[in-house]
Design a protein around this ligand. Sequence first.
Ligand SMILES: [Mg+2]
Length: 112
Amino acid sequence: MITIFCDLDGCLIEHQYSYHDDMVLLPGTVEKIVEWNRAGYNLIITTGRRESAREITAKKLSAVGIVYDQLVMGIGGHTRVLINDLKPPHPKLPTARAINLVRNEGIGRLEL
Ligand SMILES: [Mg+2]
């Protein structure tokens, strides 16, 4: 089972500076999320948007067809580090990875 923590602005939708603008999907976003969902992956959307913008963000995500398991808000907008422990019986199998995307490139061509 894979759990994906994916940033919102600049990764799933065009980077926005105002929470009130309509979201513009990046190419391949919905298709890739459907693919991940069919594979049984969990999708946790992360964003530096403030917690007070949860309702409007969730509403706009729904309007553009982005479905997810959790929306984690109010986290730092710069470097994010994922830490996980190695699991027996495969103590050499990595349990944490990271992918840096060019802003607004989208997830359409990502292979995990
Ligand atoms: Mg971003």
